[in-house]
Unconditional design. Sequence first.
Length: 153
Amino acid sequence: MEVNHAIKEIGLSFNIDAVLAVPTKTSEVRLFELGNGSMSQARLAKEVWDYERYAGCRVWEGARSTIGGTYPFWQCHRYTRSKTFPRLHVVLAGKAEHLLDNRRQALAAAVHGITIAVRVNTLPRLERGEPWYEIGVDGPDRRRARYPEAVGR
């Protein structure tokens, strides 16, 4: 089931293919993006970067001429119990395995330096029980430096 995520103020709107809430005390959330082979490599990389833009968006809290602060948009509007931005899992499918491996490597290169936690693997490898490849590490401080302005300020 796709879930739309949008922030009108910055013109960002994208659909997450699946959201999984892990049944724990903190209700940890995992995001899933499926690359079924029909999407271009550039488009898939753009969608992964859209997750970072979403994670980096901060909203101003407080009336004008008052001391206020900013908070992460995602934390107060979607994943209220999460301490960190949910990890993104990209599953590649729909092509021969060697082509999926090429897409995995190309995606890793295209999102190098991303500031959210991203894991990727091919569907055949996951079906065999192989582990995820980590291609992005959560870096809220680096993300804050990259997206310094708060919406509504």
